[in-house]
Structure formats: C-alpha cells, structure tokens
Design a protein around this ligand. Structure first.
Ligand code: DX5
Ligand code: ZN
Length: 228
C-alpha cells in the first residue's frame, strides 16, 4: 500500500509554544514539518525566518523540515535556511528570475529542491527541470494564509502533475497545500498526491492523533473508528 506523507503546516501552530506544538503533531503521526515563510512582499503576510528553523533543531526536532518560501527574491536567503537545518526548500517560480539557478543553489546547499505552483501557474515551468526536483508542491489555495477554502479546479492540476511526474520517470514527491480537510483529502489522494499539507484542520484541535489517524483512514479508504 502507498505510504502517504502528512506534513503539518506550522503556520497554524501555537507560536508561543512552537517546539512543543510541533513535537505533539509529530508524535501524533505527522511525517514532515511544513514551514511557511512569508515576506509581506511576494505574499501579503509575514511569518518567520531561518532562525526559527535553527531554534526548532536546537529544541530537538529531528523530522525533515520542508521550507515553503513565499518570498521574493529567493536566492539570498537559501543558504541561511540550509545552514539552519532545512531538509527541503521550495520556491514559487514567479519569485525567481532564474529558476534553474535557484534550484541548483538549493541542491548545492545540500537540500532537496522544490517548485511551488500557484492555482494559476502554468505547468510548462516544469519542462526542463524535472530532474532537479525533489518536490512539486501544488497550491490548492492562493498562497499567503491558512484556513482558506480549497479551490476545486486544482484537482485537475494535481492529476496533470501526477501524469507529468510518472511520464518523466523521476522520483518527485507531489505535495498538495491549502484548504485540505476530512471532506476532500480522499479526492486529493485519488488525484495523485503523495504528501498532504495540513494546517488549520490539525493545529488548535483537541486530539492531533485522532485527526491524523482519521486522515490516514481516509487516505487508505478505510472507515475510521475512534474506539480502536
Ligand atoms: C498557505 C500556506 C499553507 C497553509 C495551509 O499559503 O502555504 O501551508 O498554512 O493552511 P490550511 O491547511 O489551513 O489551508
Ligand atoms: Zn505552505
């Protein structure tokens, strides 16, 4: 059976107790820490920088940290995140003048590289770089905020990206980010996602394990019973 990755998006976590809240999400079954970086320029919101990645590593977080850069320009800051302990770094092609150069920079800094596709970003940006990609992150909302509604037309885009990855023969992880809930996770998985990013559906809820267990049931098309 396919092993789906669940990536808690810490944008919705408790920032006053970040290390603790992330540890809780990982202990409940989260696989990868999804780390949203916003600059109030490329997107109209502001979050956190590389020093927070370092603080999480120092705190003892050993899970992969997947840095989702929603910033422009991208390149100056890449080495900072790599040195701070990022495992993967993804950026939006619209935010880089030289997509291939930025991907190469991430790889040379020892991280897996990813491209992030907004709902309206065309797929041709993938044409000549598939071999450099560790991840393609399909945005199912416009970037900038948590708790937005899933945009249904992105399901078709997920299917198209799945097709392109399979056709390329490269081992690229297809991640989906934004508005994912218990009601649409099965459909997103069926469209071809490998990694599910989940923010507000998880953080701030009472029982993280119950939510992640329930998500895994939906991913594997099993019935969830809280009495197991
Ligand atoms: C939005 C971010 C997402 C966000 C997801 O720009 O990239 O990672 O935190 O949050 P939810 O799951 O609440 O849509
Ligand atoms: Zn994100």
């Amino acid at each position: 059976m396919k092993k789906y990755l669940i990536a808690p998006s810490i944008l919705s976590a408790d920032f006053a107790r970040l290390g603790k809240d992330i540890s809780k999400a990982l202990a409940a079954g989260g696989d990868v820490v999804h780390f949203d970086v916003m600059d109030n320029h490329y997107v109209p919101n502001l979050t956190m920088g590389s020093m927070v990645v370092k603080a999480l590593r120092d705190y003892g977080i050993t899970a992969p940290i997947d840095v989702h850069l929603m910033i422009k320009p991208v390149e100056r800051i890449v080495p900072d995140f790599a040195q701070a302990g990022a495992s993967y770094i993804s950026f939006h092609p619209e935010a880089s003048e030289h997509i291939d150069r930025t991907l190469q920079l991430i790889i040379e800094n020892g991280c897996g590289a990813g491209l992030v596709l907004n709902p309206a970003t065309p797929l041709h940006v993938l044409d000549y770089v598939m071999h450099k990609l560790n991840t393609i992150l399909v945005m199912s909302v416009n970037p900038g905020f948590s708790k937005q509604l899933f945009i249904p037309s992105t399901l078709h885009k997920i299917r198209q990206v799945r097709y392109l990855i399979d056709k390329s023969g490269y081992d690229v992880c297809l991640a989906v980010d934004g508005g994912i809930t218990m009601n649409n996770i099965s459909e997103i998985a069926a469209a071809g996602a490998d990694m599910i990013v989940v923010g507000s559906t998880l953080f701030g809820q009472m029982d993280y394990k119950k939510i992640i267990d329930n998500m895994r049931c939906k991913l594997e098309k099993r019935e969830y019973s809280s009495f197991r």
